[in-house]
Write a protein that binds this ligand. Structure first.
Ligand code: PNS
Length: 162
């Protein structure tokens, strides 16, 4: 059994992320689901603490998953939580291009290796960005996100009067 860190901005968490967590649980046994700030996407729809709360609800029935919010470099987070590997899900060749670069940067920085898991094709088109966009216009995203996220998006846009 190994412990892996799955880092991301998760704004919001969607079913593609859940699939990667489930694959990692099967393969490694222990998953730290780490909400980190992506400096390329500084402001989000949900605060980091809200993203953590949604992940805690979503993974409540999976004892192998712990959820946390972290600052700083992913390699430092991996060391802090004692992760053996970083795990990333890949949807496409475009994901691979950027993820391979990050994996090599991180391996050079600290020696930690990244394991890529191909996402379930059922979710290969799902992205947090499009979830936010569709939900903000009142579109139906319920089949693409876990129930707590769907409820939070509905609340968020209802409270903005949209
Ligand atoms: O879900 P995202 O937005 O693709 O996640 C990207 C994330 C947060 C994993 C990435 O931006 C990251 O690792 N940020 C932490 C800062 C860091 O370590 N940067 C160097 C990466 S080589």
């Amino acid at each position: 059994m190994s412990k892996v860190l799955i880092p991301g901005s998760f704004d919001p968490l969607h079913n593609g992320h859940v699939d990667v967590v489930d694959q990692a649980l099967d393969l490694f046994g222990e998953v730290v689901f780490g909400v980190l700030v992506n400096f390329a996407k500084p402001s989000g729809m949900f605060t980091p603490d809200e993203r953590v709360a949604l992940a805690v609800d979503t993974f409540a029935d999976r004892p192998g998953v712990t959820v946390g919010v972290f600052d700083g470099l992913v390699v430092d987070v991996a060391a802090t939580v004692g992760a053996d590997f970083i795990v990333k899900g890949l949807r496409s060749a475009a994901d691979f291009d950027i993820e391979q670069q990050m994996a090599n940067m991180n391996r050079t920085a600290s020696g930690i290796r990244t394991v890529f898991l191909p996402c379930n094709p059922e979710f290969s088109f799902v992205s947090s960005r499009f979830i936010r966009e569709i939900a903000s216009h009142g579109g139906d995203i319920a089949r693409l996100v876990p129930a707590p996220v769907s409820a939070a998006l509905t609340d968020r846009f209802a409270s903005r009067g949209q």
